[in-house]
Design a protein around this ligand. Structure first.
Ligand code: TH1
Length: 829
């Protein structure tokens, strides 16, 4: 079939009103126009790059028209608006998704083909904004897509970092970080708004005064001012004519030069100050799940929150409504605690600038804010020292003290027989270096607190926020994460999308539960055959990439077993590589035993300061070097580490994966979202009973997933009973051999201590993530997989059943739950 034909088959036909023809000119003509008039370049002689930016601008025009229409409608209909505040967004590349949403893919193909270029090649060169670390940022972007597709009056807010997450290179097996200067060429996907500038204050002094009613008032003045400038990214809904935006703030100097020092001849000194202001939005902090406690990070948080609250209040004031209507017309969702300083900031605006009473202001805040928690790792729960807060944000610290005073007074009143409770729930820790607990601030200041999977929310209730459950019993709720089927199926897996649309129609793209109908097709042999062909096509494409990037040939008929995610001890990439080493030993010892060929693929970044995570990356690469070059094993076993895992690489890997490794220690992964993308594309999950794996199992069926290992309660019980990894070391000879190998120079000739920190952590360190405790169960699960993969009939049925059961994990479902259960907003369509 022609590209044109299959596109028609794949996609919901365009509504007449949405048809590109509704515009007078064709996409290609507009692109040419932009090459000359916007880029200022000769458009009779085209290059790939000119075509790309011309297309970007032509697509952007079409989105802008819709966007401004939609904004006017929000205003006219007096819609309640959602503000989604997130320090991270990971949208991935834009062009393909935007063309798809607007129904312009075909036109773009034609335009490029006529000029001898291809859309795929042009997109291969598109750079992706890495304005997030991992799951949390990617979730925010999936949610923006679903909000636009559902037609919600919603705005994303974040920071326009000049440098996104570092680019990862692997040199001699080790991670090397390189700066990600994603804006070097400029980008027309961002619309700069040089007139949307707000001042943001740091440091300074709080002055007191008495108002006419004799009420003590506060005024925060002096200190440093930095300007926040808006940059908008447009987010089109899928084929619905709806366009929302994400506003990313960029720090700009408050004054071009400090005149006094300029005149005194200190030219460089005055420019220095300008540069230090711009530092605030310079770079994304690269740690996932572990705050660094740096002043600049707190500055980033307040910077984007202050500008966002200003924007919200400005929009609200245009409506001329009384302040108590603020939470009836707006709702603010806090993505983790990173933006929770918004609560005292809004209090400050209402008290000090709008002169409301404390009771009025607090009533408004508590009805406006909602908080999503994404982690229960104790080291990830954010706190800031009172000392730093008092310096940087003196007025906010006063307000936090007052919130806390009133809150604890209430707690004492209601829980008279629990004298310890106030100190446990206090917003401020006791001790010589008191700290503000941002999660407690977020809970007390919000009307809703949600976890991101059923198990995670249960853990919040039972353990982490147990005290708060009794104080605010109705505040806690669950919203299991989801992923967008546009990017994570329609875009990344064209062959399978084609097959699905051929059999089910194309409604699944916006109504993922329609995948249920696949259950009727598992017994159709021809369908199963086509299914396998789709998967093979994807695997071959990945094999080509591996060949190109790593110079290693992999067999597309081998099991593609993939673990890609941030490196963290709790995610247990170490468990995976230990098992691979033991497989390697077995093949060498018994070359006569026929084994199903396996390709183990890893990818992911370690925080630059996380030593153990970097050691594990090094170990994987050292094992890979040894295994891939061993003539005895190379036909059965390959180990691949793909450098610089990001959204684009995920889009290549997800549709080509047979086995998806989701093996975190039970109780540690709040949800996981990679697990959903893989299963949606027909991979089988090998996972622990952790995060959303449990819910995936419920929906795809126990027979179509490989669950293993200790559950959350068993992890706790075993630790309580006393867990000694040395016992396992002594009793399991196969595992002992593997551990002794990494504690020698087997993988690092001449350097026997390269991995002693890993060995020590697993044994004398007490194995905090229970890797040895789950080892045997993990090996057994792999044996089952190797055995069942060979039965192609059975495996393909299981693969289909995975896709069929994944409808629930659409971010469209999650966003509907948020709108109905928390935000109380409805689509404006
Ligand atoms: C992740 C969680 O680890 C993951 O389980 C979850 O699926 C994802 O959020 C989306 O809900 C988190 N990422 C971060 C990043 C930072 C701090 C806390 C978390 S939790 C910087």
């Amino acid at each position: 079939k022609e590209v044109k034909d299959y596109l028609r088959l794949l996609d919901k036909p365009l509504d007449e009103s949405e048809a590109p023809e509704a515009r007078n000119s064709a996409l290609g003509e507009d692109a040419l126009w932009h090459v000359l008039y916007s880029l200022g370049q000769d458009n009779t002689h085209l290059t790939e790059r000119k075509c790309y930016w011309g297309l970007v601008l032509a697509v952007r025009d079409r989105m802008l028209e819709k966007w401004s229409e939609v904004q006017r409608r929000y205003y006219k209909n007096d819609d309640k608006r959602l503000y989604y505040l997130s320090l991270e967004f990971l949208p991935g590349k834009f062009l393909r998704g935007n063309l798809l949403a607007l129904g312009l893919e075909n036109e773009a193909h034609e335009f490029l083909r006529e000029r001898g270029f291809s859309l795929d090649e042009i997109i291969a060169k598109e750079c992706e904004p890495g304005l997030g670390n991992g799951g949390l940022g990617r979730l925010a972007s999936c949610y923006m897509d679903s909000m636009a597709t559902y037609g919600l009056p919603a705005y994303g807010y974040g920071i326009r970092y000049s440098y996104g997450l570092f680019r990862q290179e692997i040199r001699n097996g080790q991670q090397v970080e390189q700066p990600d200067n994603w804006l070097h060429e400029g980008t027309h996907w961002l619309i700069p708004r040089p007139y949307k500038l707000y001042p943001v204050r740091f440091y300074g002094t709080v002055y007191e005064w008495l108002d006419d009613n004799g009420i003590l008032r506060h005024d925060w003045r002096g200190g440093d001012l930095v300007m926040a400038m808006a940059n908008d990214v447009l987010v089109p809904g899928y084929r619905n004519g709806h366009v929302n935006s994400v506003r990313l703030w960029e720090a700009r100097p408050h004054k071009e030069f400090v005149l006094s020092s300029f005149n005194a001849g200190d030219y460089i000194g005055s420019v220095q100050e300008k540069i230090s202001d711009e530092n605030i939005s310079m770079v994304l902090y690269p740690s996932d799940d572990a705050p660094e406690g740096k002043t600049l990070r707190l500055k980033q948080q307040y910077f984007f929150v202050a500008a966002t609250m200003h924007d919200m209040v400005r929009r609200f004031k245009k409506l001329n409504k009384p302040w108590d209507q603020l939470p009836e017309k707006n709702v603010v969702q806090l993505n983790e605690t990173h933006p929770s300083i918004a609560i005292p900031e809004l209090m400050r605006i209402l008290l000090d600038e709008e002169l409301l009473s404390w009771e009025e202001a607090w009533y408004i805040c508590q009805k406006l804010f909602a908080y999503t928690n994404h982690t229960v790792l104790p080291e990830a729960l954010e706190t800031w020292t009172v000392e730093l807060m008092e310096q940087l944000l003196p007025r906010h610290m006063q307000i936090i003290y007052e919130i806390n005073r009133r809150f604890l007074e209430d707690v004492r009143l209601h829980f008279r027989d629990e004298p310890d409770l106030p100190s446990r729930v206090s917003l401020i820790t006791a001790g010589p270096e008191p700290r503000v607990r941002m999660s407690h601030l977020a809970i007390v200041g919000s009307f809703s607190v949600n976890g991101v999977s059923a198990l995670h929310t249960q853990i919040l209730r039972d353990r982490v926020f147990h005290d708060f459950i009794r104080i605010f019993p109705d505040r806690f709720n669950n919203k299991t994460n989801g992923v967008t089927p546009r990017r994570w199926l329609r875009q990344c897996n064209v062959p399978l999308s084609w097959l699905l649309s051929e059999h089910l129609g194309c409604g699944w793209v916006t109504d993922l539960n329609q995948l249920e109908k696949l259950r009727e097709l598992v017994d159709v042999e021809e369908f199963r055959h086509d299914w396998e062909q789709c998967r093979l096509t994807n695997k071959k494409r990945l094999a080509d990439y591996i060949e190109k990037m790593n110079g290693i040939t992999v067999n597309p008929h081998s099991i593609f077993d993939v673990q890609v995610k941030r490196f963290h001890e709790y995610k247990r990439q170490l468990l995976n590589i230990l098992h691979i080493i033991s497989l390697y030993n077995n093949i060498r010892k018994k070359p006569e035993v026929k084994m199903q060929p396996c390709t183990f693929i890893f990818g992911g970044k370690a925080a630059p300061s996380y030593r153990m995570a970097k050691d594990i990356i090094y170990l994987i690469n050292c094992v890979a070097r040894r295994v891939n070059s061993d003539p005895h094993t190379r036909n059965f076993l390959k180990v691949i580490f793909l450098a610089n895992y990001n959204v684009s690489l995920a889009q290549l890997l997800v549709p080509a994966t047979d086995v998806s490794e989701q093996i975190s220690t039970a109780g540690y992964e709040a949800s996981g979202t990679g697990n959903m993308k893989f299963a949606l594309n027909g991979a089988l999950t090998l996972g622990t009973r952790d995060g959303s794996n449990i819910e995936i199992a419920e929906r795809v069926g126990d027979g179509n997933i490989y669950l293993f290992g200790l559950c959350e309660q068993e992890v706790i019980d075993l630790r309580r009973r006393g867990y000694d990894p040395w016992d396992i070391y002594k009793n399991d000879s196969e595992l002992r051999e593997v551990l002794d190998m990494i504690n020698s120079d087997q993988f690092t000739p001449g350097d026997p201590t390269a991995f002693s920190s890993i060995f020590n952590s697993l044994l004398s360190g007490g194995d905090p993530f229970m890797i040895l405790a789950d080892y045997r169960a993990y090996v057994e699960a792999h044996k089952r997989i190797a055995h069942e993969y060979v039965d192609r009939e059975l495996w393909i049925k299981k693969s289909i059943m995975n896709t069929a059961g994944m409808g629930f994990f659409s971010s469209d479902r999650a966003i509907k739950e948020y709108s109905e259960g928390i935000w109380d907003i409805a689509p404006d369509v």
